[in-house]
Design a protein around this ligand. Structure first.
Ligand SMILES: Cc1cc2nc3c(=O)[nH]c(=O)nc-3n(C[C@H](O)[C@H](O)[C@H](O)COP(=O)(O)OP(=O)(O)OC[C@H]3O[C@@H](n4cnc5c(N)ncnc54)[C@H](O)[C@@H]3O)c2cc1C
Length: 216
């Protein structure tokens, strides 16, 4: 079967551990919130990555955290501009339904690089009625924050008091009640997703209004 190869345009360093990989889009079509499998065309090894860029952009971008001793994230980091990577997809169902795209209040909750699908939502759709909680360790991990309205984002920093809230997203949510009619989208590590799901259910949010994408 023919491989879908995309040329690397740029590897953009954001912090010592995170970077954006920008690729030629080559008419790759997706819905904001979906992910793709990036593969080394020579070895076939691959991993899933949520799409960070807007559906309107000519290039396709992914936000990656380089994992110490992680095979694939390190391979991506050191790819040369002009080299090719294989893409499979799009995949996944972490997309906004009609209600969320309308006037309904939606709550986005991300940890770390889990901000990617929300960045794609915010840059693809205008007039979303969202509020975003982004949980990071340090304020310089507020990846792509320019894409979000300042009055709609709450940066929760757990290791320094330089965000909008000093503490984890779970602490913020325990102190700030969520209306039971809110549609909630959660993306990041499984520990956060489990804890946040339980908090939201205790507030009366229906399970079908808690939508999740687990990275690890
Ligand atoms: C649907 C989906 C979407 C994903 N989207 C992204 C994305 O947009 N950006 C991204 O960086 N990763 C994303 N991941 C994780 C990604 O697929 C890889 O697991 C990750 O890059 C590590 O691969 P590795 O080979 O370097 O390390 P591995 O040896 O495969 O993993 C080592 C360990 O690193 C930890 N880990 C994995 N991902 C992360 C992370 N993002 N932050 C902190 N610790 C992590 C886990 O504990 C894992 O067991 C996604 C995963 C899924 C399932």
């Amino acid at each position: 079967m023919e491989k879908n190869l995309h040329a690397v345009q740029e590897i953009e360093t954001l912090t010592p551990e995170t970077f954006l990989i920008h690729l030629d889009r080559n008419n790759f079509s997706f819905k904001p919130g979906q992910y793709a499998v990036l593969r080394n065309p020579e070895t076939g090894e691959g991993r899933e990555y949520s799409i960070y860029s807007s559906e309107k952009e000519d290039r396709l971008s992914f936000l990656v955290r380089e994992i110490k001793d992680g095979d694939f994230s390190r391979y991506l980091r050191y790819l040369k501009v002009g080299s090719s990577i294989e893409i499979e997809g799009p995949r996944g169902f972490f997309i906004l339904d009609d209600q969320s795209l309308g006037d309904a209040p939606v709550l986005f909750i991300a940890t770390g690089t889990g901000i990617s699908p929300f960045h794609s939502f915010a840059t693809s759709y205008t007039n979303l009625n969202y509020h975003l909680l982004h949980g990071v360790h340090f304020a310089d991990e507020a990846y792509g924050s320019d894409a979000f309205c300042p009055n709609r984002i709450c940066l929760c920093t757990s290791r320094e008091d330089k965000g909008n809230y000093f503490g984890r997203v779970t602490y913020y949510l325990r102190e700030n009640k969520v209306d039971e009619n809110t549609i909630c989208y959660l993306c990041g590590n499984s520990e956060m997703i489990e804890e946040v799901t339980s908090i939201l259910e205790n507030y009366g949010v229906a399970p079908e209004n808690i939508r999740t994408e687990v990275f690890f």
